[in-house]
Design a binder for this molecule. Structure first.
Ligand code: TXA
Ligand code: MG
Length: 345
């Protein structure tokens, strides 16, 4: 039976520490612990224990060629699973950690291949969440943690999502309430001089560019010529972005900003299907009101919940009104397109 430990992220440090102690013990003993971060819930295991990391892949049904992110309570600890930070990595860590930024660096030899999927690199991150940090500190080991959903499903932004997808495949769910950001971290290759975005996420390209400073100026110009948006290159994709992702059981249709209500009404009238709407305005008659948002950051917070709510409401076609592709809107539209591609399956 999976054990649920509820922890209030706003509680005093001592209370959080006491609550997460059994979960930390279990991580050291090779168990699987789902825990909240500011982005989405992670499914954690001791990154130094190949058998424990193997359990993550089995529980999620995750393809073996998709490496996981290693989580640490601070930069010093994160660097230990790498061969050491580049100047760029140090700069970005200083600016964005704890926070929704994942850095890809050369992996330390001691790191088991299970965590890196056999790549010479490793992805590391220090999450900005009181409960996650307390757990990582108490565990005292680096924690490999992909998002705690079944592979191909929308990422979990609440403990209920984790339980719905993984149930008894894990040992403990630490329930710290809903996630504050709602989309995953930005994955950046920090091995070179310029940050290379491998996966769009909560830290925006605008923020990365602004933080990259003088040292990256030359590279940034070069990157701009390379046609990457917001002056950063798209040289490679994260291995995980090849796989089917974020797909709910209903068909997802993306509407232009401002047109969601109209598109949903037309679809409902024409098809007689059960149409749902996620938009900045109220749903028209005959359309299921799934979620209403104010701006891109608010849609980020609500998107994965909305995809799951639409399924629960028996919606067959979910119209989601898009947001402009700037700032966090870029990550939101990336996830939305993946949901639209893979949905209905
Ligand atoms: O916000 C997040 O990043 C959440 C929370 C739990 O921290 N985690 C998360 O993990 O989204 P996951 O496994 O769902 O996505 C990790 C992404 C995948 O696209 C994976 O391919 C990429 O990071 N990744 C991991 N290691 C990598 C590496 N060595 N090189 C390039 N990409 C890597
Ligand atoms: Mg994931």
């Amino acid at each position: 039976m999976v054990r649920v430990i509820a922890v209030e992220p706003g509680a005093v440090a001592a209370a959080i520490g006491a609550a997460v102690a059994p979960a930390a013990d279990l991580l050291r003993a090779g168990g699987l612990v789902a825990f909240p971060t500011e982005t989405v819930y992670g499914l954690g295991a001791n990154a130094l224990d190949p058998a424990a990391v193997g359990r993550i892949f089995r529980a999620k049904g995750r393809p073996a060629d998709n490496p996981v992110i290693v989580h640490a309570p601070d930069a010093e600890t994160a660097w230990r699973v790498t061969t050491g930070p580049t100047p760029l990595a140090m700069l970005l860590a200083e600016r964005f950690w704890p926070g929704p930024l994942t850095l890809v660096l050369d992996a330390a030899d001691a790191l088991p291949r299970a965590a890196t999927a056999g790549l010479p690199s490793v992805a590391v991150r220090v999450p900005d969440h009181a409960v996650a940090l307390a757990l990582l500190r108490a565990a005292g080991v680096p924690v490999a943690a992909p998002s705690a959903n079944r592979s191909g499903r929308p990422s979990p932004t609440s403990a209920a999502h984790v339980l719905a997808d993984l149930g008894d495949a894990l040992d403990i769910v630490v329930d710290g309430g809903p996630c504050r950001v709602g989309v995953e971290s930005t994955v950046v290759d920090a091995r070179g001089v310029v940050p290379v975005v491998l996966r769009e996420g909560a830290i925006t390209r605008e923020q990365l560019l602004e933080a990259s400073g003088d040292g990256a100026a030359e590279g940034a110009v070069e990157a701009e010529r390379g046609a990457g948006s917001a002056g950063l290159p798209d040289l490679a994709a994260s291995p995980g972005t090849r796989h089917r992702h974020y797909a709910p059981a209903c068909q997802v249709v993306i509407a232009e900003p401002g047109l969601g209500r109209r598109v949903a009404a037309d679809m409902a009238a024409a098809s007689g299907r059960r149409v749902g709407l996620v938009a900045t305005v109220a749903a028209p008659p005959g359309v299921v009101a799934v979620a209403r948002y104010t701006d891109a950051a608010d849609l980020a917070v609500r998107l994965y919940q909305a995809l799951r709510d639409a399924e629960m409401a028996g919606v067959t076609d979910l119209v989601v009104e898009g947001v402009p592709e700037s700032g966090i809107g870029r990550a939101v539209m990336d996830r939305l397109r993946r949901a639209a591609e893979g949905s209905g399956a």
